[in-house]
Design a protein around this ligand. Sequence first.
Ligand code: CA
Length: 442
Amino acid sequence: MIDETHDPKRRSWVESANGHADFPIQNLPLGIFSPVDGDPRPGTAIGDSILDLRAIAHLLAVVPGEALSGTALNDLLARSPHERRALRQRLSALLSDQQHEPTLRTHLHDAAHCQLHLPARIGDYTDFYVGIHHATNIGKLLRPDTPLLPNYKWIPIGYHGRASSIRLSGDPVVRPVGQRREPDSPSPVFGPSARLDFELELGLWVGAGNPLGEPVAIADASRHMAGISLLNDWSARDFQAWEYQPLGPFLSKNFHSTISPWIVTMEALAPFRVAQAPRPEGDPKPLPYLWDDADQASGAFAIELEVTMTSLAMRDRDVAPQRLSLSDARAMYWTAAQMVAHHTVNGCNLNPGDFLGTGTLSTDSPGGLGSLMEMTLAGKAPITLPTGEQRAFLLDGDEISFSARAETRGFVTIGFGPCRAIIVEGMGHYRSVDACDTITLL
Ligand code: CA
């Protein structure tokens, strides 16, 4: 629902917000931060600053104070969209009307000096696979004749991931150690992953939950979605290839996932909802529980996604990051509402703060791929960095950074903040294990 908070003419008395690439007053994302010498608390990003919501909870009486007093946003996510919208309207009024500046100024903190935390306690993390071009590209590498399995166009494919290893942007990723089997070898070897990859995804924050046994109807699904962050679902392709049959990914995925710190709310994203791309001719119409005309009319997101990379050598020589990909959230074959409806149709209960990954989002063009696996054709065609270095997969010291922009004509563009991490060498004590062979690139 579009209201005055989306007005492109609205400006903030926080000067850095006006024209800010990520956090103009039209965004107002929610997160958890600690100011210098302070404890964690809820905040909203405004320009280069963070406004302390706990400190001004008495001015935000549209939601109960306890929803703004904890060290995680679960209670706030559990509130109705109506209440979150009222909070947004109040925040937008406070930050645009100059008369509130004297009261609020002391509760604004320079974001550069704050520490950010995971915005919510993530009880469960599910990873879907709705990026159809990614699924097709990966499928082609495995099964050139039938890249998509027959269930793909009937079911939003997903699996249960691991919530405990989700970390905030900036935390280094330790290269995982495990089993892999070389193509012509009868037995596996043990050692650091030699095929470490990133996956460009969006993550959907669940708002209000549903009781066990009570599915969320697709027409109600939007009431259970609170917001979106960026997600890098790091993947060890060599472990994955060996372990995934018959039950799906396990240690190849659960060692670390990186998310951006801010929850960009569904209310902020309202102007950027667009029609879901029509299914190509010949594709089946989904079963009724997955179909809603209103969802088809506005269930997709006009969000552009970018991946950049630096190597250690690039940073040493001050070489600018190399763009690896410019992708788009409209590559989702299934909508977020279809993901929620499918997840709960068997009675499975979602809880506030649960996190649903979309799966890797690649476009159908070579410049819009969401993983190295696709870009390098499973390592056969390495990319070249400005330093002349080549990469089939990630080496220690490489940094992958995601950014995103929700953009549409007539509205102010909003962003998500950074989602980045550096790969660091695997756990030292494994180095002495005899069976641990060295990393080979190609
Ligand atoms: Ca994934």
